[in-house]
Design a protein around this ligand. Structure first.
Ligand code: ADP
Ligand code: MG
Length: 775
């Protein structure tokens, strides 16, 4: 039976659990319940790099800090230029090199390790690969699906990236569950029955972050009311306090000042120094953890540091509880301030909180729980028995509920999730489920979701706190009746700042508007129906389709900082430059035709599920875009010429001798092929050949008729009388030609200057390239 597990993919540590009759945290290959979220990439000659994950990677951190990635969760789904990422780089916390991804948009992050570039998703995927493999080892079965937890503050991009990491690791995600909700489930508070609603504050104090969430729980629903905390306050900062203190004590004992001791460390050879600092930090963490259960501990790093004379200088310090409490006092004050401001923000007072739930490794420090007991009253503060495993346990409980099958708690055999009684032993499964409490968890949309309209107006598609899943479909008008491109931009507003969720492009081929389409009148701008869906995990997907033309549609392909976004940006830039330069009608028509096919290709660049990028397609598209720019700059229009020649053959082929028709077809084919695959020069060469052939005297009548028809099309709305005159003339010429008579050249001569004037004016006019939508 394939297994479903729960995974806490933490910043510092990860863990996996499964619920059978009880919840069981799964041991990894090292025999531990917790796997450090640490990945070392080792380069191998002529082979793919090797990944070392968990405890062993932590050991490599001392020797190869540049190849070892910790806290990748801080990077996932973020942009390289995000202030948080820049801060992370500046702080030196990240020892491996980070840069903007060479294949992704300017904004995506590349982690350089083991001589290659990795996306944060790829590194996260390696942690999940180990967790999955280790779980399979202890369960003796394949693990197919998982509930994976994410911080409550993760936005759509971060959640999508987490899902992509899972896909790369071969895991199906049945739900992305917010960590505080998972913690609350593991405390059992979800079993609160109907009327007695509860309000709980989840206080998750981990290795690098303090995450606060205010949840309202009643009748099987958990609603998140507010969240807060500090992205940069965690166990690691406490380790640093201990390091500073130990150095100070050592200096005092040796009778030197701090500055001299720091200078000695600064003078160490870089490799040696980073090893020393890593050892010191590990020793500090060890001391800190020991201090949670012992009144006194001893910290020592021996034999790595020497003084100016080369004599060993050992770092040694003694700590007691009071000392760590003194060191942490400012942090505890800041922590309580964060708690109070969260309550104030949500218009809550302390007495309205029923429970404060403490999870995360750092909540084991006695003074942390003490401070909260003082604030809320001892009886309200619940410290989880296994604070570092709580989130994984909650995820396992939900994973079990979401699975299609379950193990019967009585006989252990596989039964359907919704069977009322076990088909094997008759156990009352329905009763058991009811006793277990909650059936599902309802979340609400985390933000307001907007789409951008012309002139930068915002339009609200989904309001914050709408229960999930939810969906909204709205119809918008295109700005122009003949608009061929639609660029839709979706975004949230977070803390007053617009945060892009992604863009969607739609290309409309007006030739596809067949005559039998009754729903669309050619004069009214087409309308586009945009649907935004948010699933149970708060993940967004969008669809767009032309009203009455369901075949023109795009689905789901929101660009999110990957290679496709980069290409779309390039396309957008090309089009706005063309707009500024004001190319003539036929050049613009040619460019738009290219843009439509480029859009279709860009939509295939990123695998929607795994986020993998088709590199060679990317390159092809970049080449196509630069060719399009070159053609437009030369004010050429090969595709428009093909269109002209083809419509002449279709409409007036009977006036052209068959061998000549054949020759034209061949030239068209050649031009099409050169345009598709060849260089700019080859395309121009093929176009010249077609042009030359189109000057053949045997085409005079067909040309004239095609031109009249085109002129009619141009002026039928603005000058209907002229258009009618043109039509009549064309009909007579055609009738004569079909009878085999000489066409009446006088009539043509009388009308052609007017026709040419219409065409010339059209050709030389410039055309704005519309992309917007309006209500
Ligand atoms: P994260 O959610 O960031 O992955 P965890 O909840 O696993 O983090 O917490 C990891 C942090 O908890 C580390 O900084 C670790 O040093 C700290 N920690 C673990 N056990 C204890 C303990 N007994 N006392 C104090 N700190 C602890
Ligand atoms: Mg955690």
């Amino acid at each position: 039976m394939k297994k479903s597990i729960g995974i806490d993919l933490g910043t510092t540590n990860s863990a996996a659990a499964i619920k059978k009759v009880r919840v069981e945290v799964l041991k990894n290959a090292e025999g531990e319940l917790i796997t450090p979220s640490c990945v070392t990439v080792r380069k191998r000659l002529m082979r793919k790099p090797e990944f070392i994950v968990g405890r062993h990677a932590l050991e490599w951190l001392r020797q190869e800090p540049e190849q070892t990635i910790t806290a990748v969760k801080r990077l996932i789904g973020r942009n390289f230029h995000d202030p948080e990422v820049q801060e992370l780089i500046a702080s030196g916390r990240f020892r491996c090199r980070l840069s903007a991804h060479s294949h992704g948009s300017r904004n995506s992050i590349a982690i350089q390790a083991g001589g290659r570039e990795f996306s944060p998703e790829e590194i996260s995927a390696q942690i999940l690969v180990k967790i999955k493999a280790d779980a399979e080892r202890v369960l003796g079965d394949t693990v197919e699906t998982a509930v994976i937890t994410v911080p409550a503050y993760f936005n759509d991009k971060q959640k999508h990236a987490t899902r992509a990491a899972a896909a790369l690791a071969g895991l199906k995600v049945s739900r992305l569950l917010p960590e505080p909700t998972a913690a609350a489930i593991s405390f059992g508070v979800d079993q609160v029955s109907g009327d007695e609603g509860k309000t709980v504050l989840v206080f998750d104090f981990g290795g690098g972050t303090l995450d606060l969430s205010l949840l309202a729980i009643s009748g099987g629903q958990i609603i998140e009311m507010a969240k807060g905390g500090d992205m940069w306050m965690g166990g690691e900062d406490i380790d640093n306090l201990l390091v500073v203190h130990a150095l100070r004590e050592t200096a005092a004992r040796e009778g030197m000042d701090d500055v001299r001791l720091r200078a000695l460390i600064g003078r160490m050879e870089p490799g040696q120094r980073s090893r020393f600092l890593a050892e010191l930090k590990l020793a500090a963490e060890k001391a800190k953890i020991a201090l949670s259960d012992n009144p006194e501990v001893f910290l020592a790093v021996l034999g790595l540091l020497t003084d100016e004379d080369g004599d060993p200088l050992n770092i040694e310090a003694e700590f007691c509880r009071e000392q760590i409490e003194e060191l942490m006092a400012p942090m505890l004050t800041a922590m309580l301030k964060l708690v109070r401001s969260l309550l104030a923000e949500a218009h809550f007072t302390k007495d309205l909180i029923d429970h404060v739930l403490l999870v995360g490794g750092s909540s084991r420090i006695p003074c942390v729980a003490d401070a909260l007991r003082q604030e809320f009253g001892a009886e309200k503060v619940l410290l989880h028995e296994r604070p570092m495993l709580a989130v994984a346990e909650g995820a396992a409980i939900l994973s079990h509920r979401l699975a299609d099958t379950q193990e019967c708690p009585a006989c252990g055999k596989e039964t359907g999730q919704h069977e009322p009684v076990c088909p094997h032993c008759g156990f009352d499964l329905a009763q058991h489920t009811a006793e277990q409490g909650l059936v599902d968890i309802v979340h609400a949309a985390a933000h307001d979701y907007f789409i951008r309209l012309e002139n930068d107006q915002r339009f609200l598609l989904i309001r914050k706190n709408t229960p999930l899943p939810c969906s909204s479909t709205e119809v918008f008008h295109l700005v122009d009746a003949e608009q061929e491109l639609v660029h839709m931009q979706f975004y949230n507003v977070v803390n007053g700042r617009e945060e892009s969720i992604g863009d969607l492009w739609l290309g409309i081929d007006h030739d596809m508007f067949s005559a039998d389409s009754k729903t669309v009148s050619p004069d009214a701008p087409p309308r586009v129906a945009v649907t935004l869906d948010i699933d149970e995990s708060n993940l967004v997907s969008v669809r767009a389709a032309l009203v009455g033309r369901p075949e023109v549609k795009v689905a789901g392909t929101l660009s999110r900082g990957k290679a496709d976004e980069k290409l779309f940006l390039l396309l957008e830039r090309t089009i706005s430059e063309a707009d500024q330069k004001g190319y003539s009608t036929y050049t613009v028509a040619d460019l738009l035709c290219r843009a439509r096919s480029i859009i279709r290709l860009i939509q295939q660049v990123v695998d929607e599920r795994s986020g993998e990028v088709n590199e060679s397609l990317c390159q092809q598209i970049e080449e196509k875009i630069s060719k399009a720019v070159k053609i437009a700059e030369a004010e050429e229009a090969p595709l428009t010429r093909i269109y002209y020649a083809e419509s002449m053959l279709t409409d007036y082929g009977m006036l052209i001798e068959t061998p000549l028709q054949e020759r034209i077809r061949k030239k068209i084919e050649r031009l099409r092929k050169a345009d598709e695959e060849g260089s700019y020069e080859e395309t121009m060469q093929a176009m010249e050949e077609l042009e030359l052939l189109l000057e053949h005297p045997g085409l005079n009548t067909a040309h004239a008729l095609t031109q009249i028809e085109n002129a009619c099309e141009i002026c039928h709305r603005t000058e209907p009388d002229k258009a009618k005159r043109f039509m009549r003339a064309a009909a007579e010429v055609l009738a004569a030609a079909e009878k085999g008579e000489e066409p009446c050249f006088e009539q043509l001569e009388a009308i052609m200057p007017e026709v040419e004037a219409v065409l010339d004016q059209h050709a030389s006019s410039t055309q704005e390239i519309h992309r917007g939508i309006r209500r």
